[in-house]
Write a protein of this length. Structure first.
Length: 200
């Protein structure tokens, strides 16, 4: 029993240290940019040793990837909460769209996921991360719409990629100060255009 408690305690400490490093790195990457953030600043902000950083992450880029993965996961979770199973498909797509834009408005997230992420990790690796999270939720919604016949059967991967690019562009525009309602209206029209019932 004591051994199990010690293992649990060690795991909890490990998870806490990793979480502290990710939180500290996120703060500094947003404030200073990835390029201008140094690992000594990260460990100081996290309150851990340099050895602890390299115990959990191979290098600064690996830590950055963990930050990006956590942000992408948070976005997907907000989308899934807003568009639960059982919601009508059109409503789910619109709710997911709104949830995505709301999630991307979280300070620093657009920069991390849409600007620095591709620049630091490369487009291919960012696509893999997106496909595990936000793009996955979008793809699932499109597949559901096509199966029920409320959307024409289109190549799912291509459809997901095109719509995801549109959502990302809208998030960037809103971040830069564009009128969110204007862009939301266009996204709604785009989704409605795709969601016309297929003639039987």
């Amino acid at each position: 029993m004591q051994e199990m408690k010690e293992r649990r305690s060690n795991r909890e400490r490990t998870d806490a240290t990793r979480g502290d490093l990710i939180a500290a790195a996120r703060k500094l990457f947003i404030e200073n940019s990835y390029a201008e953030t140094r690992t000594p600043e990260i460990v100081k902000q996290a309150g851990v040793t340099r050895g602890a950083l390299y115990h959990h992450f191979e290098d600064k880029q690996a830590l950055f990837k963990a930050v990006v993965e956590a942000e992408a996961s948070a976005v997907a979770a907000e989308i899934e909460t807003a568009a639960p199973d059982g919601m009508p498909t059109r409503d789910a797509l619109l709710a997911g769209s709104d949830a995505y834009l709301a999630a991307m408005a979280h300070p620093g997230r657009t920069r991390l996921l849409l600007l620095d992420g591709p620049a630091v990790l490369g487009r291919a690796e960012m696509d893999e991360i997106d496909n595990r999270h936000g793009n996955r939720t979008l793809r699932e919604g499109l597949v559901a719409a096509m199966r029920e016949g409320s959307m024409p059967k289109l190549p799912v991967d291509a459809c997901t990629a095109v719509l995801a690019a549109a959502f990302d562009r809208v998030a960037l525009a809103i971040q830069a100060g564009a009128n969110a309602e204007d862009y939301r209206a266009v996204l709604e029209a785009l989704l409605d255009g795709l969601s016309r019932p297929v003639p039987s």
